[in-house]
Write a protein that binds this ligand. Structure first.
Ligand SMILES: [Zn+2]
Length: 64
């Protein structure tokens, strides 16, 4: 059980779990200024590596 999970976040994460944009980035090898992150909650997303990235699912900051 994780205290980081919230009801409203879970609904949105379920809808976005297979993000086509992330799939494209991974298949292309990834542009240099973006990276794929896998949060501790299991959510996969891509974001610019030069910014502070927070998980769109649970809001936890991702270390790079
Ligand atoms: Zn998360």
């Amino acid at each position: 059980m994780s205290a980081a999970l919230s009801a409203k976040g879970s609904v949105e994460a379920a809808r976005n779990r297979c993000d086509p944009a992330v799939q494209r980035v991974r298949e292309a090898g990834g542009p240099i200024d973006r990276a794929s992150y896998v949060c501790e909650c299991g959510y996969l997303f891509s974001a610019a590596v030069s910014t502070t990235v927070a998980c769109p699912h649970c809001g936890v900051d991702q270390s790079w």
